[in-house]
Design a protein around this ligand. Structure first.
Ligand SMILES: C[S@@+](CC[C@H](N)C(=O)[O-])C[C@H]1O[C@@H](n2cnc3c(N)ncnc32)[C@H](O)[C@@H]1O
Length: 332
């Protein structure tokens, strides 16, 4: 049965109740405590210092959402989704949930202001644009890097694009190197160059050492609007262009074309806006980019146009998971 219009509107309006509940459970480390054997609301209220009845209602709601299972009789337990909320889970989503539940939740509270004025809601909320805010707030920066580190599509890239004949891959604004690591693991002959802002490169060096890839990576610190490392065979631009205006993208892509070795390749990883307006995470993250940095997701055709204006040509568009795409370009 299709939902009535009333039910549809109601479902839309209560969406944030679910996201805030997942956030609060994560903030209270409920997944860790449950995994450690505290499984009733009485025990969990004691270890988290919370109000027992309120905590019980929260957990009962999370059972309804499929985030937890069980009850106070049998004990609450984790589902595959709440396993991902533990800090030590492989591919943990804890940092993402905390960031979405705190800074990003507050940001969305200023959506009306954003739509009325064009000023990104993040700036209106925190008095600074997002990246300078992170430079000044180390704990938030660490968390933001954490939200980026576990891109579920990272492992897809070397499955859809063969890097085995690529001597050097340059990851522009590659964060702590999650994507580059997957490329290097899949292609043992390939060397990597990781480029990002100085404070991110510091964290990246540690992350690369933990992954045992120190010998295969060199680092470059800087501002991509000023200079790019040259001499690479493939340049990765993952989740960067959606935060830039068309003019800035053309400027960056032109500079990338100049830095690229002959026969080199540019791979842009982004969600795209579907041509027919059907549902896609691209539409959701288009809004997220707008409120965070005044950015936008683009259609495949819009990327082709940006390449044209930069002396590049669209070569192929390869689907990855979570509605992401590897948009591949060569010199025109
Ligand atoms: C959204 S994250 C994407 C990280 C990574 N490419 C990924 O997909 O996981 C954006 C990255 O751009 C970096 N960044 C932002 N402005 C930059 C600039 N002007 N120059 C170099 N890096 C920058 C940030 O430090 C951050 O690591």
């Amino acid at each position: 049965m299709t939902a009535s219009p009333t039910r549809k509107v109601l479902d839309l309006m209560i969406g944030y109740w679910a996201s805030q509940s997942v956030y609060v459970a994560t903030k209270l480390n409920l997944p860790e405590h449950i995994a450690a054997g505290h499984t009733t609301s009485h025990e969990l209220a004691a270890v988290t210092g919370t109000h027992e009845r309120s905590l019980f209602q929260l957990m009962r709601f999370l059972v309804g959402l499929g985030v937890l299972q069980g009850d106070d009789e049998t004990g609450f337990s984790l589902t595959p989704s709440s396993e991902l909320l533990k800090e030590d889970a492989p591919d943990s989503l804890r940092d993402l949930v905390l960031m979405y539940g705190e800074e990003f939740y507050q940001t969305w509270g200023n959506l009306l202001h954003n739509v009325q004025t064009g000023q990104p809601a993040f700036e209106a909320t925190f008095g600074a644009s997002m990246y300078p805010y992170f430079t000044a707030n180390q704990e938030s920066a660490r968390r933001f890097d954490g939200t980026m580190a576990g891109g579920a599509f990272f492992t897809d890239l070397p499955r859809v694009f063969d890097f085995s004949a690529t001597p050097t891959v340059v990851d522009i604004a590659g964060g702590t190197g999650g994507l580059l690591s997957e490329v290097l693991k899949a292609s043992p002959q390939t060397k990597g160059v990781l480029f990002d802002q100085a404070h991110v490169i510091e964290a990246a060096k540690e992350a690369m050492a933990d992954r045992g890839l120190t010998d295969r990576v060199s680092y470059a610190e800087g501002d991509y609007t000023e200079a790019l490392p040259d001499g690479g065979d493939v340049y990765l631009w993952s989740r960067i262009l959606h935060s830039r205006s068309d003019a800035s993208c053309v400027d960056l892509l032109k500079r990338c074309r100049d830095a690229l070795n002959p026969d080199g390749t540019v791979i842009v990883l982004e969600r795209t806006i579907p041509p027919t307006g059907e549902s896609s995470l691209g539409l959701w993250f288009d809004m997220q980019m707008m409120v965070l940095v005044g950015g936008t997701e683009r259609s495949e055709k819009e990327y082709a146009d940006l390449f044209d204006r930069s002396g590049l040509a669209l070569h192929s568009v390869l689907p990855l998971s979570l509605d992401m795409f590897a948009i591949v370009a060569k010199r025109a």
